[in-house]
Design a protein around this ligand. Structure first.
Ligand code: DP6
Length: 343
């Protein structure tokens, strides 16, 4: 049996955001979300499954992760071993298989600074899940679940292109899956990432989601009346290559996500002055040129701007004229969303 595998898995950026869980243990979301996979920003990850008694270890970009303060890894490893035992029992004709203990070693390298707060958790957990899938011969839905219980957004990184994560209805999460939604990808979309880290300690996603769920009155309205339409609009705009409509929904949803955070008690503020400066710049760019750029922000101040390839240079020039950011950093962050990724 093979006991080591190396995979490369990309990050994804949500166009309609996931925010709020209906089950915190299984990581089942309160609403559907939809994302684009950014092929070239990846986590290359080696997963080793070793026979015997030993401690699980995870290393990211040369640094050891303290597993006692991050229980999600343990959850993923436990689930992997449970699936392995299940398979062994099935294949054992006498039904009383002797259980052998195993532990995991994970070594992950991102080709993008983890400080950007973007490539890290989704790509990382998706890579671990894909690696374990290969080692244990799991089916796609088992791998999807494994990624999801590591970090919700990770289950969207198992495919390329446009990915729809369905919240599902069932309590066991069996109908909560991410699926690739559009057969033909839109290869000339660019994702430009602008890093505006300011060293503030931000509220983590889990804590933030819990707080919003418990206190926001806007959230329910968003979940029931806004998100379902937006998911449809994104799919329609993407499949008909209507950039304007795609961009409008992306920006509206980013803004609503941050509004819901502000509607939380105590309020959560992820955007900073630089983020707002960028929002204003994009709005002005679109006013002058027709809608050709869309910003979106996750749980932090860094921006992801989506443009078409033909507009990438002009947009980058506009940013460099007004925002103080090293040119090389910006170019480095400009990545084509191509259609190469297939797990
Ligand atoms: C704002 O997937 O990091 O980026 O499931 O608790 O690990 P956990 O949360 P996480 O949340 C991502 C939230 C978001 C929006 C999104 O990616 O959809």
């Amino acid at each position: 049996e093979q006991n080591e595998v190396t995979v490369q898995v990309p990050m994804n950026i949500a166009l309609v955001k996931y925010w709020g869980k209906r089950d915190e243990q299984l990581i089942l979301p309160l609403n559907d979300s939809i994302s684009l996979t950014v092929d070239k920003l990846t986590a290359e990850t080696t997963v080793r499954m070793i026979e015997g008694v030993g401690k699980n270890t995870v290393e990211i970009n040369g640094k050891n992760v303290e597993l006692s303060s991050n229980k999600r890894y343990q959850t993923v490893f436990d689930e992997a071993l449970r699936l392995q035992r299940k398979r062994k029992e099935l294949s054992d004709s006498n039904g009383n298989s002797t259980s052998i203990s195993h532990y995991f070693q994970v070594i992950s390298t991102t080709n993008f600074p983890v400080a950007a707060g973007l490539a890290s958790s989704a790509a990382g957990f998706a890579a671990i899940a894909l690696g374990i899938q290969r080692l244990l011969n799991l089916d796609d839905s088992q791998a999807n679940r494994l990624a999801r219980i590591g970090s919700g957004s990770a289950c969207r990184s198992m495919f390329g292109g446009l990915v729809h994560w369905k919240k599902g209805e069932k309590e066991d999460g069996s109908d909560c899956v991410a699926v690739k939604t559009c057969d033909s990808n839109w290869p000339d979309l660019y994702c430009i990432i602008l890093v505006f880290n300011d060293g503030r300690k931000k509220v983590g996603s889990s804590e933030g989601m819990r707080r919003t769920r418990e206190t926001s009155t806007l959230l329910q309205h968003r979940i029931e009346s806004i998100v379902p339409q937006r998911i449809d609009e994104i799919k329609k705009a993407y499949s008909s290559r209507n950039f304007e409509n795609l961009a409008k929904v992306i920006m509206a949803d980013s803004n609503q996500f941050h509004a819901v955070c502000l509607d939380t008690s105590p309020p959560i503020r992820y955007l900073n002055d630089a983020s707002w400066h960028l929002i204003e710049l994009v709005e002005k760019f679109n006013e002058e040129q027709g809608i050709r750029a869309a910003y979106t922000f996750d749980a932090g101040p860094n921006a992801c701007v989506i443009v078409q390839k033909k507009d990438a240079k002009q947009f980058i020039d506009a940013v460099l004229k007004t925002i103080d950011i090293p040119e090389d950093d910006l170019k480095l962050a400009g990545e084509e969303l191509s259609e190469t990724f297939r797990p």
